[in-house]
Ligand binder design. Structure first.
Ligand code: SF4
Length: 483
């Protein structure tokens, strides 16, 4: 390998290990030279890669990306091509060694829709892009069609661009902590942190509102997440939403997470609707009471039904529902019950997650197992079928590490009800101005494939103490020329 290729492939080990893990193979030691050996050369304008394991060998080649005239962009494209080729060649070899076919083929990234968008930008049609995923990345036709359908809906949405920014506001309190939660949320406890938190947050929001004005950007989507924003009491929620609307009027779309059904009251719904918010999320996660107890959610399936009835009665125009496939101890029969209940409640949008066990969660500490891959695949397929039967279309999709059966999370919505914020956050194509503990502001540089990030501290007490520092950090990434 020449020096340029060596540099392009520096620190690719973790990427390659993600490929071998797809096949359940033990992690190789790429520094010391594990059971695999590999090489890459540049020949006649092409990159040629070879991977070997004992007598088995896989080879692939790819044309070098055309020069754009911008050295930085060219270097980025070249590095990307090198790494992708390396991953795909190793994938071919593992496939030959194990005779397994992972549903997402050689794709291990969070945002597989990106590959479709890349092809569209190169002038291909959606159908051609879908065929490329099957041919070059070994994605199953089922998952490739899911990606095609998702991007087809995204194409109908208002275009993102530099003149737009989304605003995220975090309310990091929940009544209890879910066993799978990796978010920066604290238990509400006696509520003594709520007021100091709101005071810090209001200053943060004011600063963010000024930043939006000064940079001349228009507000696209505003999302109040957390945490569970409806864990605030009625007066606090009212006061908070008043501030939101004063500081951030005229967004194209407003969402408030009302995740826990047991935190919803007619008074809170009045505060939400009265402020002009049209989209809320009420999330049962499962409609099985036994599982709700196991995962630490202090509500019942019946409370979800009552919360939907209350929201419909109040006149909420768009309710989203989140469910999780593969929760501890759940079988396909349990998930069928959840899907039947979802159908009966008629949410305008439905997000079907596959359980992911992250390091910072109780499930991880308890060594909870993920469900059998075949059962996880059957449940996510059931989610897709149910959504289709409800007239919902897929509109955003992402994957995570350590997900049940290597599946995916998919947001489905009725035509005209796709949530812009969900698409923006996943596609990373719109600036995000984030307020509150755990929020991450992002400035997007689409031409350079670069994102400037300013994460806020997650700890609620530190956030209250250090909110000025958070505001300065955020401002810095939006200063012209900052990267
Ligand atoms: S409701 Fe959401 S934020 Fe709160 S603990 Fe559960 S997963 Fe975490």
């Amino acid at each position: 390998m020449n020096e340029q290729i060596r540099q392009d492939l520096a620190s690719i080990g973790p990427d390659l290990t993600n490929i071998t893990r797809l096949f359940g193979l033990p992690d190789p030691d790429w520094d010391k030279g594990g059971p695999f050996s590999y090489g890459m050369e540049e020949v006649d304008g092409k990159l040629c890669c070879v991977f070997c394991h004992d007598a088995e060998k896989a080879e692939r080649s790819a044309p070098l990306p055309p020069a754009t005239g911008d050295e930085r962009v060219d270097a980025l494209h070249r590095r990307r091509t090198c790494r992708r080729l390396c991953r795909q060649t190793l994938y071919d070899l593992c496939r030959a060694l194990t005779d397994q076919h992972p549903a997402w083929g050689s794709l291990t990234g969070i945002r597989p829709t990106r590959l479709i968008w890349e092809q569209l930008e190169a002038g291909k049609s959606l159908e051609e892009a879908e065929a490329t995923l099957i041919r070059d990345f070994d994605v199953t036709p089922d998952k490739a069609s899911l990606l095609r359908e998702t991007v087809a809906v995204q194409q109908t949405l208002p275009l993102p661009g530099d003149q737009w920014a989304d605003v995220y506001i975090g309310i990091p309190f929940c009544t209890t902590r879910c066993a799978y939660c990796s978010f920066s949320s604290g238990e509400l406890g006696n509520g003594k942190l709520v007021e100091p938190y709101l005071q810090a947050l209001f200053r943060d929001m004011e600063n963010a509102s000024a930043l939006l004005r000064e940079t001349g950007r228009s507000l696209r989507a505003l999302y109040v997440g957390g945490g569970t924003p409806t864990s605030l009491n009625e007066e606090q929620l009212h006061r908070f939403l008043d501030k939101v609307m004063t500081m951030f009027p005229e967004a194209v779309e407003y969402t408030v997470e009302a995740g826990r059904p047991d935190t919803i009251t007619p008074g809170k719904l009045r505060a939400i609707l009265g402020s002009g918010v049209g989209r809320i999320s009420i999330n049962p996660q499962t409609m099985n009471d036994r599982t709700l107890q196991v995962i630490g959610r202090a509500h019942t399936a019946q409370q979800t039904i009552e919360a939907y009835a209350m929201a419909r009665e109040a006149g909420v125009p768009h309710i989203n529902m989140d469910v999780i496939a593969g929760l501890p101890g759940e079988t396909e029969v349990d998930f069928t019950r959840t899907m039947e209940a979802a159908k009966a409640l008629h949410p305008e949008s439905l997000t079907v997650h596959a359980l992911a066990i992250k390091r910072s969660t109780r499930l991880h500490l308890e060594n909870a197992p993920l469900p059998d891959p075949a059962a996880a695949a059957a449940m996510t397929a059931m989610g897709r079928e149910t959504a289709a039967a409800m007239g919902l279309q897929p509109y955003y999709l992402y994957r995570q590490k350590n997900m049940a059966g290597g599946q995916e999370n998919v947001g489905y919505a009725l035509p005209g009800h796709a949530c812009l914020y969900n698409v923006d956050i996943m596609e990373e194509n719109t600036h995000i101005i984030a307020c509150g503990a755990g929020g991450i502001s992002k400035r997007i540089y689409p031409d350079e494939g670069h994102i400037g990030r300013a994460p806020n501290v997650s700890n609620i007490e530190y956030y209250i103490e250090r909110v000025d520092e958070m505001m300065t950090r955020r401002r810095k990434i939006f200063e012209d020329g900052a990267t």
